[in-house]
Structures are given as structure tokens and as C-alpha cells.
Design a protein around this ligand. Sequence first.
Ligand SMILES: NC(=O)c1ccc[n+]([C@@H]2O[C@H](COP(=O)([O-])OP(=O)(O)OC[C@H]3O[C@@H](n4cnc5c(N)ncnc54)[C@H](OP(=O)(O)O)[C@@H]3O)[C@@H](O)[C@H]2O)c1
Length: 355
Amino acid sequence: MSGKIKVGINGYGVIGKRVADAVSLQDDMAVIGVTFNHFDYRIQAAAVKGYPIYYGSNSLKITESAVHISGGLDDLIKKVDVMVDCTARGAAAANKPAYKKAGIKAIFQGGENHELTGVSFVAQVNYAEAINQQFVRVVSCNTTGLCRVMSAFHRHDWVKKARAVLMRRATDPWESHKAGMVNTMVPEMKVPSHQGPDVRSVLKDLNIVTMAGTASHNLGHLHYAMIETTRSLSKVDVCRALREEPRIALVRAQDGIVALNSVIELMRDLGRPRNDLWEVAVWEDGLTVSEDEIYMVFMVHNEAITVPETIDAIRAMTGIESDGRKSIEKTDRALGITKEFLRGIEHQKATSISR
Ligand SMILES: NC(=O)c1ccc[n+]([C@@H]2O[C@H](COP(=O)([O-])OP(=O)(O)OC[C@H]3O[C@@H](n4cnc5c(N)ncnc54)[C@H](OP(=O)(O)O)[C@@H]3O)[C@@H](O)[C@H]2O)c1
């Protein structure tokens, strides 16, 4: 492939708008256009940012528009190497035949089933599986978070059995005026919740069961995980494994980071776009290692966590980079993804080992 990878984003919602911004920060790919379904402030903001705007379907037409519309979905399909389909859960599958017919590559998001693509993707786990594929699914936010954390232990063969409980956010901030719960929690009755089996579409031999529920907040998901290990480990071993794993950052209640809102406030203070936490935030002082068990709690920012994965999927599928580590490092540099928010990593290594 010569020149930059030409990327289209179909669906400019929570995920699509973030993917567009992340693509535009990479030096080896470019945003060719983004699509809309309803014409409102969201797509107008995309036009202000300079993204070419397309209709999200070929039948959609609006009579008056304050922004220039460059064409329909088919016009965009003709111009891109890769379409990142970020339309709503379940809608994306209907677009696959058009991508197939045009011979372009397409990335689907976690609202779609594994069977749609046959390849479910988390960059640090199975980058190689996506190389030169035409269709790949970047797994959901919760599945991505679980895969990153479990991968830190699984790559050492430490996981005998993992169990996780997920407290999901009720709705996303942009649509909090129209949906969401107040003053309650809703437990899911199905065990396992779908995230455990979904993790196994990536980490195929992991013994994991998840339970889930939804709570009345909109900041992100909170996971509790209990991992029975194959050997006796110390907290130092576990912290080291988490530090060595990409896209996991340790946070501490002793720094005042005591809740989901503190993590998001930290992202605001650090000037992150849209307060985005691309990393999994694991509470170091909430981590307990007892003989052959690890107990841990971490935050998954649903709006942001899959965005770097999508960038790496673009590189793998186009074959522009065959080394997953290199792609991850490149993406992380461009976005500013870190292992430590508040302290130098060397300082952390030293204090953790002497504890
Ligand atoms: N939100 C999350 O926390 C999250 C996290 C990880 C993965 N995901 C996955 O990412 C995907 C997108 O989710 P999202 O949260 O970004 O959804 P979203 O905010 O609702 O955005 C979806 C976008 O697609 C457009 N759209 C909807 N139906 C369409 C159709 N039939 N044709 C063309 N465009 C259509 C929507 O336009 P209108 O709004 O104008 O209809 C909107 O711009 C889903 O698979 C979801 O499961 C979501």
C-alpha cells in the first residue's frame, strides 16, 4: 500500500467520532469521510473539524443543510481502503455486503457478533490474527478491558480460573437526557453474562465466567475480578505483569482517586480529549494477592477504550505493519496513552518492588 491508508467512518456517534479523531492523529492514515443518520449538532461539529460529510445511507436526503454533503454511503465506499463501521448495535451487519462487493476492508464494533467477521480483535492479544483480513470485529469495551487484564496474567500461564463481576454504566453522557436509570441497580439474571464467552473469542483457552449488572451512572464500567492462579504470586509479581502489559495504568486511592468520577476528573485535569481514558485503570491499592488468588478492581471507560484497538486493526488488516507491538507503540505515542498518569514509571517500579 502506497501513501496513507484511506479510512471512512460510517456512523459518527460515541465511537465513530473518537475513531475519526484518532485516525487523524496517525501519520499513516487519513479520514476520507464520516457519515450521519440524523442531521444534528454532532455531524455539524464534524464538519467544523473539517471531516468530509456523507449520508449514512444511499436513500437518505435532506433538503437544506448548513454543511456540504459529499455524497451517499456508496460514494464514500468507493473512496476508502478501510471502512470503520460505527453504526448502532446490530445495524452494521447489514452494511457488510456492500463492503464485500466493493472489495474494501471493514472493521465492525462490539455490538456485532463474532460470527459476522470470524476474527475478534484486541491488539495486544491477537494482532497477528487480523493481518490482511478483510473483516474484523473490535470487541466491546468490557471485553477489551477484560482481555487486556487477563492477558497480563495469561501470557505467563498464571490463570487457572477467572471470575469477574461487571457494574455497567446505564447510558452514555451524550444521551443521558433520554435514557438511564435513577437510584437503582439492575442485576442481569443470565450467568455467564455475554462478556465471558466474548473474551474467549479472543483469549480462546481462558477459563472465565462473568456476571453483570447495570447501575445508575454514565461515567464508565467498574469491574471486580477474582483470579485463581496456577502458582503462588506476590503483589510485586502481579503489579509487574500489569505494568508490562500495554494500555493498563495503575491508579491509587491514596492519591485521592477513589471512584469513577475521580478517574474522569483526572482525565479532565490532564487535558484528555473528551475526558477519554483509553487505558484500563487498575487500582493498585485495591489489589490483593493472597497465595494463589488475585483480587482486583478496575475501570473501563466504555466510550474510549476500543478506539486505539480500532487504529491497530486498520494497520493489521491493511498489512502496513506486521508487528503488533510496533503498531501499539505508534498508536499509543500518537494518542498519548500512558502507563502512569501521575508519576514517572521508574519511580513506580522502585517503590513497588521495595513494598
Ligand atoms: N457506546 C459505547 O460505550 C460503546 C463501547 C464500545 C463499543 N460500542 C459499539 O460501537 C458501535 C457504535 O456504538 P455507539 O455507542 O457509538 O453508538 P451511537 O453513539 O448510537 O452511534 C451510532 C452512530 O451510527 C448512526 N446510525 C445508527 N443507525 C444507523 C443506520 N441504520 N445507518 C447509518 N447510521 C446509523 C447513528 O446516527 P443517529 O444517532 O443519528 O441515528 C450514530 O451516528 C456499536 O456496535 C456498539 O455496541 C459502543
